[in-house]
Design a binder for this molecule. Structure first.
Ligand SMILES: Cc1cc2nc3c(=O)[nH]c(=O)nc-3n(C[C@H](O)[C@H](O)[C@H](O)COP(=O)(O)OP(=O)(O)OC[C@H]3O[C@@H](n4cnc5c(N)ncnc54)[C@H](O)[C@@H]3O)c2cc1C
Ligand code: FES
Length: 292
């Protein structure tokens, strides 16, 4: 059991939990994630470790309440205990020790890119952050991003805060003005794809974090297969960080849609649900998708 030591409500549906998990805090590196099961018998879901404090034995997670498991997790209070947390999982992010890095994110990607910004800056890189949202209300973690980057650009699509615009426009102008060594992007599939298409034209190394639907998070079910550099790899073991120029985003998008249509995520009563066990069923579903 893992005790919740602190809870912060970042927005109506976005929560941060600081959980006492000393073994995970001791090993966790930026870019890794945990698999959480709120109560016995619930689904397990993957969530990025946003921060870990070795001395206090704490890890922090930030999540949007979008379905049954995240909604249940959001109801936990300080002092209550989460049934199970496995981790750290996935490969740690590769952190550069010098150069100019642009970290760009929207939506929940902003929370997940925070440890990447911090680690690059700590290692000696100059970090420019770009965050964007539709409106001011949807903008996340601006203060934390300011502390983690040398410079932060903020854009809102409706102009309700700072400057009207989209994050990718800021990226385009930075790439024209400065010699950037690495672009790091986390966000929706469409957003990452558009960032990669901009950076690819200028041949700038780009890393992405892929978040496919995961079931066991341990390389056994095959649910998280993604095509990178023409090969099928597993995001839970070989990622979640990949070379953005090599990711087949069209294939990735197709697979995510196939899972959603099969009811993998939304409905825990579905036979394809992570809760109902799906590893075997998912493997079958995936073989069907691959054969198609
Ligand atoms: C490695 C990894 C790290 C992640 N880190 C975070 C994080 O730090 N914070 C956070 O809020 N979320 C994160 N996610 C996504 C999170 O795991 C899902 O939102 C969660 O599993 C949803 O579970 P649920 O039961 O609440 O909702 P469900 O009922 O399972 O789904 C609700 C909605 O969310 C969508 N969804 C489910 N899983 C995913 C997914 N993997 N990617 C995109 N959409 C999905 C579904 O299509 C559906 O529309 C991460 C995913 C991965 C693979
Ligand atoms: S979630 Fe990656 S193989 Fe099962």
């Amino acid at each position: 059991m893992f005790e919740i030591k602190n809870k912060i409500i970042l927005a109506e549906d976005i929560k941060r939990l600081d959980v006492y998990a000393p073994d995970i805090a001791a090993k966790s590196l930026p870019g890794q994630f945990v698999s959480i099961c709120p109560e016995e018998g619930d689904e397990r879901i993957p969530l990025t470790v946003i921060d870990s404090d070795f001395n206090k034995g704490m890890i922090s997670i930030i999540f949007r309440e979008c379905g049954s498991t995240t909604k249940k997790l959001g109801k936990f209070s300080i002092g209550e205990k989460v049934s199970s947390i496995l981790g750290p999982l996935g490969l740690p992010a590769r952190i550069e020790s010098k150069g100019l890095i642009v970290c760009i994110a929207t939506d929940m990607g902003t929370a997940q890119i925070l440890p990447i910004c911090r680690a690059h800056r700590k290692a000696g890189c100059k970090v420019i952050g770009i965050i964007g949202a539709k409106t001011k209300r949807q903008l996340l973690l601006e203060a934390q991003m300011r502390l983690s980057c040398d410079k932060l650009h903020v854009r809102t699509e409706d102009g309700s805060y700072v400057k009207r615009g989209v994050a990718t426009d800021v990226l385009k102008s930075i790439l024209q003005e400065k010699k950037v060594d690495l672009v790091y992007v986390i966000g929706s599939i469409e957003f990452m794809q558009s960032v990669v298409s901009i950076s690819k034209k200028q041949k700038i190394k780009t890393r992405v974090q892929l978040k496919p639907v995961m079931v066991d998070c341990m390389g056994m079910c095959g649910a998280c297969r993604v095509k990178v550099g023409g090969e099928m790899v597993l995001a839970c073991c070989d990622g979640p960080e990949f070379d953005g120029h090599k990711v087949d985003f069209d294939d990735f998008s197709l697979r995510q849609k196939a899972f959603e249509e099969a009811g993998t995520c939304q409905n825990s009563k579905s036979p394809f649900s992570r809760k109902n066990g799906g590893a075997g069923i998912l493997t079958k579903l995936f073989s069907d998708i691959i054969e198609k």
